[in-house]
Design a protein. Structure first.
Length: 410
């Protein structure tokens, strides 16, 4: 009996083992079978946020003397064009269309080529859409805008402008640097070998770079010193400060125009180029092309704007009870600039010219302190407010990190 039980047990065990092996053999391929991946969603092509997969897109640029009527008349009724001009002016005034701006016509992809949309780009970011599919709909929208941090470095051979041109750097970045350092660096006194490093935001529209935007941090080496500038926001307002948390902004700009050269300095005796007599020249002459914008050195009120004898077209601005500045030999005065008008620092007030007793295009710039002429190039302007004490610790942390990043720019 024991032998029978033992034999029966062995048969059962062997059968069970065979069953388990069969189960494993059957299930292993199932578990090893790669899982089916989800199909990728079909790619959708869009233009101006419109699905154009089954449509045609025709693009162009407005040329001189073209308007909405000229562009649309082959495709849309005269009544519709008239309606656009009359009833959608609050959305976009079609009279403001400018030559050189891109436009697009989106139409059906069939034998009719019926126009469904017309888009006009107001600027690099904004555009207006005319939707003709059902009843007329008109709306404005914006392209996708993003930013990325970029860096640049340059060395001065002759001027800041040439340094950017030689380095094939974005000229807008050069203009931004001139604005940031307008109160602390004399760009007309740069020396060969001066250099700069800068971190800035580059703007991308629909993932396409369109140019430099805000400078985040920079160092400009000039006159043997490093001038730092860092962008910092407090109380919802951003401004530029140096490594000691002092503002780079001053009560006055260093100069009333950009990228020119000094052709004559402040002196008590100078041979007048036209009158041919020696007399004082209580100002600084900046040689610059005719039409170069001239900006107010600081906030103030216009006290004179018009023709002033040998000075030609002249503007005088009283900044406070101590300082007054004047800008002479202008080709024209900016619209709206007249006595009594308040102007802001950096605001364009006129344009370089050669009016009055002048031999060529330049700006005669003068500063009066308590009514007496003073050398603009030796004027010391008090700084604006530094970083608030409560924010200094955070500012210093940011500066330390930014300096390390600037050091890595080669």
């Amino acid at each position: 009996m024991n032998k029978f039980v033992k034999k029966y047990f062995l048969v059962i065990s062997a059968s069970l083992l065979i069953f388990i092996l069969l189960v494993i053999a059957i299930t292993i391929p199932y578990f090893n079978k790669p899982k089916a991946s989800k199909p990728e969603p079909p790619t959708t092509h869009t233009a101006y946020k419109i699905n154009v997969d089954s449509l045609e897109v025709h693009t162009g640029k407005v040329i001189n003397n073209e308007n909405l009527g000229v562009l649309l008349s082959p495709y849309v009724s005269v009544q519709t064009i008239d309606r656009i001009a009359r009833t959608t002016r609050d959305i976009f005034d079609v009279r403001k269309m400018k030559a050189g701006h891109p436009y697009a016509r989106i139409c059906k992809k069939d034998s009719t080529h019926k126009t469904l949309y017309f888009i006009y780009e107001i600027n690099e970011i904004e555009f207006v859409v005319y939707d003709f599919r059902d009843s007329l709909k008109v709306y404005t929208d914006k392209k996708k805008v993003s930013t990325r941090v970029r860096t640049a470095r340059g060395e001065i051979s002759s001027s800041l402008w040439n340094a950017f041109a030689e380095g094939k750097l974005d000229m807008n970045l050069g203009m931004n640097m001139a604005d940031v350092y307008a109160w602390t660096i004399d760009f007309y006194g740069l020396q060969k070998g001066d250099w700069f490093k800068v971190m800035y935001e580059e703007v991308l529209v629909d993932d396409v770079p369109i140019g430099a935007d805000r400078i985040l941090g920079s160092v400009f080496h000039s006159e043997g010193k490093d001038f730092f500038a860092f962008y910092f926001v407090e109380s919802g307002k951003g401004d530029y400060f140096d490594e000691a948390a002092q503002s780079l902004r001053r009560s006055f700009l260093k100069a009333p125009l950009k990228f020119s050269r000094i052709s004559s300095r402040f002196t008590k005796s100078r041979m007048h180029p036209i009158l041919r007599i020696a007399r004082p020249h209580f100002g600084v002459d900046y040689a610059a092309p005719r039409g170069t914008p001239v900006v107010a050195l600081g906030d103030g009120r216009v006290v004179e704007a018009g023709w002033h004898g040998g000075f030609g077209r002249l503007i005088s601005v009283r900044h406070n009870t101590i300082y007054t500045t004047s800008y002479a030999h202008l080709s024209r005065i900016e619209t709206g600039i007249k006595p009594g008008v308040h102007v802001s620092q950096g605001e364009v007030i006129g344009y370089v010219g050669s009016s009055g007793l002048s031999t060529g295009a330049h700006l005669d710039f003068r500063v009066y302190k308590n009514g007496s002429p003073t050398d603009p190039l030796k004027m010391i302007s008090p700084p604006a407010k530094p970083v608030e004490k409560v924010n200094v610790a955070n500012y210093q942390k940011m500066v330390a990190k930014m300096k390390q990043q600037l050091d890595t720019i080669h």
